[in-house]
Each structure stands twice: as structure tokens, then as C-alpha cells.
Design a binder for this molecule. Structure first.
Ligand SMILES: NC(=O)c1ccc[n+]([C@@H]2O[C@H](COP(=O)([O-])OP(=O)(O)OC[C@H]3O[C@@H](n4cnc5c(N)ncnc54)[C@H](O)[C@@H]3O)[C@@H](O)[C@H]2O)c1
Ligand SMILES: [Zn+2]
Ligand SMILES: [Zn+2]
Length: 367
């Protein structure tokens, strides 16, 4: 069928809005009419070439929409269902079966290879050029094909165009706090980077009843939003040179219980190790250069029994956790809509610019 999609033809290139041919869904796949797709920093990483994927490509991995057609073997979804998607999970490997689908051994081939998990490509432009896909989804488009394993039915009494960011950015922030850090009620947490992921971590910390929540960023409007979403304290990293010292000051010298870094900046991760109490966990989720640790701090990690933990997609068990995020939103506990702004497909370049400049935290392309 003919769909409309935003295609990036070369590394660093603009989005080109095209009519594109999309293949039919296979027997275990669904065709979904997209209502919205969030802009995540990871899309920009691929567009710029920092995350190497083949071009031309249709990006977009925070899609939401309504099922239009299902393959013959699809048994969990039906036309009319409201759905969001996750990164690819096979459903059968040891990590999928033990409730850690973000670590699925086929995740990279299904999400970051430029093809669907079975190695096929499903899109062609008007010149017959095969287009690469992203996350077995490619949701900067009016329609997508997705495997039923990575497509999740959610309640239909919420604005479906808004729900896409729940699947990646919000899931990564809330999931990292609730699933990995698992902070006790009444504890403290510092969140480095108040973008879509960090602010979702702040909302997760509020859900977990943390009573000291420190947000660190360099953009004043983001620090304002951090306060609105639950931070008890904020630190502007441009004004405060010694972030660890400031966290120690805020906590009366005791240190903070846990930290969550979304910046990938070595100095901040080192500050987390210094500013945490014994047994503190510092979760890290951003792409970063190698050798981030100041090796002099490893003795501190050992002697103070601290944890440095890498996290993908909040280590969420998607079928269980993604609908729970919708419940949090409906209960008023996850007001992630405050971070969002809608753009039309034709405005996608501006949506990316506004995300990069810090003007908008979570743009959503609405169809
Ligand atoms: N591991 C995963 O599964 C996963 C999932 C989604 C996103 N990510 C990654 O997480 C990271 C965050 O994503 P995002 O969408 O929130 O990005 P974002 O760009 O919206 O947020 C990053 C924030 O860090 C702030 N920042 C930059 N320099 C700083 C400094 N020196 N001190 C303090 N703050 C600083 C920025 O102002 C921005 O608000 C990205 O690297 C993204 O690729 C990882
Ligand atoms: Zn993402
Ligand atoms: Zn798997």
C-alpha cells in the first residue's frame, strides 16, 4: 500500500516527506495506522551517524496508533485496538523468557540493523529504492508494520496520539528508577540531565515516594519543568562547578541514596560516585565514550559498596510494564504530557531542531 513517510537519505541529511510503498504484514504481524510518534534522542543519533545504521532509512520508534489489519497467526490483537510498540523482542530467548526483553539476544538485529528481524526490508520509494527500517517499526510514517510480539494493546480512553513516548523515553526513565534503582519510600535520588528520559526518572522517583529529588541540567527552562514534575532541588551545572559538593550540601553532608545519569558525561557519573551514600546505585543509560570512570574512584566503589549499572529501556518487562505506564498517566501520577508538543509530519525537521536546542523536551509528530 501507499503511505506517507519521512525518509532520511544520507548521514546528517534532512527528512524528506515521500509517498512510499509498504509491503503487506506477514502472518505474525500487524498493520497499524499511526496517530503519533515521539522524537527520541536516539533517532537523532542515527540521523547524525553516531549510531551507525544504513541509509536511506525511515526512523521513528515511539509510535502509537490503531490496528488496521492483522496477519493470520496474530492472536493477541485485532483491528481497532489502540497500541504502542517496544524495541524488538523475540519472546523466546533466555532474557525474553526471564522478563528482561530489552536484553533480547535478537534486539540489535530487530531494532538496529536497518531491517526487520527476519532480515527483510518492507519499504520502497517511488524509484523502487529499498528503504531501511528502525526498531522493526519506522513510525515517522502514516502506517507501520510490526510484529505482534512488540505491539501492545493499551486502554482506548486516552489520546492515542500522545502515548508513543511511553514506549521508549518515558519507559526508560520511569523503568530505570522503579525496576533497577527501586528506591525505598523516603529516600533521595539525583537525576543528571532533565530531558525526556531524566524527567521521566523524576516522575518515577515521585511515584516511588522519594522525598529528596535533585535535578541537574544546564537549561533553566528544563530545571523549571523538573521542579514542576517533582524535583525538590535543582542544580544548574553551568553555574555550579562542584556538582558532588552541592549534592552533599543539599543532603547535609550525608550524601544521596541513589543517582540516575542520562547525560553520559563522565564528570557527572564520577560526581554521582562521590555524592552517593554507601550501597548507592548509579544507573547510566546514555551512549558515552569509553573509559568514563576516573579509575581512582573504583576503590571508592569497592570500599563504599556502590553500584554502577547500565540500563537499556528501563529493563522493563514490556507487556506488563507499558500498560502500567498508561495506568500511572490516567491516575495523574505520570503527567508526561507536560513535556510534549505536537508537530505535523511536514514540520519534522523543526521538531528535531527544537529538541536539540532544548526548547521542547518531547516533540511528537502527530498524524
Ligand atoms: N538506554 C536506553 O535504553 C535509552 C533509551 C532512550 C534514550 N537513551 C539515551 O538517553 C539519553 C537521554 O535521552 P533524552 O531523550 O532524555 O535526551 P535529551 O537530550 O532530551 O536530555 C539530555 C539532557 O542532558 C542535559 N545536559 C547536557 N549537558 C549537561 C551537563 N553538562 N550537565 C547537566 N545536564 C546536561 C541536556 O540539557 C538535556 O536536558 C540519550 O543519550 C539517549 O540516546 C537511552
Ligand atoms: Zn528512544
Ligand atoms: Zn529474545
Amino acid at each position: 500500500m501507499k503511505i506517507k513517510a519521512a525518509v532520511v537519505y544520507e548521514k546528517g541529511g534532512p527528512f524528506v516527506i515521500k509517498e512510499v510503498d509498504l509491503a503487506d504484514p506477514k502472518e505474525d504481524e500487524v498493520l497499524v495506522k499511526i496517530a503519533g510518534c515521539g522524537v527520541c534522542h536516539t533517532d537523532e543519533g542515527v540521523r547524525k551517524g553516531d549510531i551507525p545504521l544504513p541509509f536511506p532509512i525511515i526512523l521513528g520508534h515511539e509510535g502509537s496508533g490503531i490496528v488496521e489489519k492483522v496477519g493470520t497467526r496474530v492472536n493477541r490483537l485485532a483491528p481497532g485496538d489502540h497500541v504502542i510498540f517496544s524495541a524488538y523482542r523475540c519472546g523466546e530467548c533466555e532474557f525474553c523468557l526471564s522478563g528482561h526483553p530489552a536484553e533480547c539476544i535478537h534486539m540489535v538485529e530487530g531494532s538496529f540493523s536497518g531491517a526487520y528481524a527476519d532480515g527483510t526490508r518492507r519499504h520502497r520509494d517511488e524509484n523502487g529504492v529499498e528503504l531501511h527500517s528502525f526498531f522493526s517499526q519506522s513510525a515517522f510514517a502514516t502506517h507501520v508494520i510490526a510484529n505482534q510480539n512488540n505491539t501492545y494493546k493499551i486502554d482506548d480512553d486516552v489520546d492515542i496520539a500522545l502515548m508513543g513516548p511511553l514506549s521508549c523515553g518515558v519507559n526508560t526513565g520511569v523503568g530505570t528508577v522503579l525496576n533497577i534503582i527501586d528506591p525505598p519510600a523516603g529516600s533521595g535520588i539525583a537525576v543528571f540531565g532533565c530531558g525526556g528520559v531524566g524527567l521521566s526518572g523524576v516522575m518515577g522517583a515521585k511515584i516511588a515516594a522519594c522525598t529528596t529529588i535533585i535535578g541537574v541540567d544546564v537549561v533553566p527552562s528544563r530545571l523549571e519543568m523538573a521542579k514542576e514534575l517533582g524535583c525538590t532541588h535543582t542544580i544548574n551545572g553551568k553555574e555550579v562547578e562542584d556538582v558532588a559538593g552541592e549534592i552533599l550540601r543539599i543532603t547535609g553532608g550525608a550524601g544521596i541514596d541513589n543517582c540516575f545519569d542520562t547525560t553520559g558525561i563522565p564528570a557527572l557519573i564520577n560526581a554521582a560516585i562521590i555524592a552517593m551514600k554507601q550501597l548507592g546505585k548509579c544507573a547510566i543509560c546514555a551512549a558515552m565514550e569509553e573509559n568514563i570512570m576516573d579509575m581512582r574512584l573504583t576503590s571508592r566503589v569497592r570500599s563504599e559498596a556502590k553500584y554502577l549499572i547500565g540500563v537499556t529501556e528501563g529493563d522493563s518487562n514490556y507487556p506488563f510494564f507499558l500498560p502500567k505506564l498508561v495506568d500511572f498517566y490516567k491516575a495523574g501520577m505520570l503527567p508526561f504530557d507536560k513535556m510534549t508538543k505536537y508537530y505535523g509530519l511536514e514540520e519534522i525537521d523543526r521538531a528535531f531542531q527544537d529538541s536539540l536546542s532544548g526548547k521542547v523536551i518531547k516533540p511528537i509528530i502527530r498524524f
